[in-house]
Design a protein around this ligand. Structure first.
Ligand code: G6P
Length: 226
């Protein structure tokens, strides 16, 4: 965290940080579970945050006590993905989480670079339907990033493309595996969500509504010296 004053870029995770796509993942996964004859709650679905498509499917199958060979898993992961694509194709710019657009503008207005790093292979479609694509200087999605969080490569690759070192970037993350990934990569991490879920982050914010970039950085500096 040395040199937090020298922040030159911000890297944002997508699902749950700038858009609420979790509800669509939940609907699609639930439809699949129902097809197999069981159900799971929204609270259970929280455990899937930040997991890859296959890891999510494997966790859900475990909940339902279902075993299936790899080839069949691939098939059902595709089925779920097609349902999910159907749901996100109707997303609207109004579904961008409160304060996000204003915050992204502030970051750029202070001369800093913005990047999006998502494990989702559908990230580009979501950015397009919500009109967010032009808000990012660098975009990395699940087609480029293969290693699962908490591996830090998703954020390291973003920093590399931004031409910055991890120490010069802030990472915004809503899920514990993502916070861990950023810490392993040597980044300063802002948790987005509940303090109790994101204890390892350097600072936790509830969301971006009324958030001032400079005030937020001042808070991180304060915490680092106290
Ligand atoms: C993110 C989300 C996960 C999702 C994963 C893969 O990490 O938090 O819920 O499973 O991306 O997304 P995809 O759209 O490629 O299935």
């Amino acid at each position: 965290m040395d040199g937090i004053q020298n922040i030159k870029g911000c890297i944002f995770n997508m699902d749950g940080v700038i858009v609420d796509t979790a509800k669509y993942h939940y609907q699609a996964w639930r439809r699949l579970a129902n097809q197999f004859g069981f159900d799971f709650t929204r609270e259970q679905h929280e455990e899937l945050k930040g997991l890859s498509r296959m890891a999510s499917l494997e966790t859900i199958l475990e909940w339902g006590g279902i075993y299936m060979p790899e080839a069949e898993k691939m098939h059902w992961a595709d089925v779920k993905n097609n349902w999910y694509i159907g749901l996100i194709s109707n997303m609207k710019p109004g579904e961008v989480l409160p304060g996000v657009l204003n915050f992204l503008q502030q970051v750029r207005a202070t001369g800093r670079i913005t990047a999006l790093s998502s494990a989702s292979q559908n990230a580009r479609s979501v950015l397009k339907t919500t009109n967010l694509e032009s808000c990012f200087d660098v975009i990395l999605d699940g087609n480029q990033v293969k290693k699962q969080k908490p591996d830090p490569s998703c954020f390291l690759m973003a920093a590399l493309e931004m031409g910055l070192s991890p120490a010069e970037c802030l990472v915004f993350e809503d899920a514990p595996p993502g916070v861990e990934a950023a810490l392993r990569g040597g980044f300063t991490v802002i948790g987005v969500g509940k303090q109790e879920d994101l204890v390892k982050a350097h600072l936790v914010i509830k969301g971006f509504e009324n958030l001032n970039f400079n005030t937020m950085v001042a808070h991180i500096v304060e915490r680092a010296v106290s």
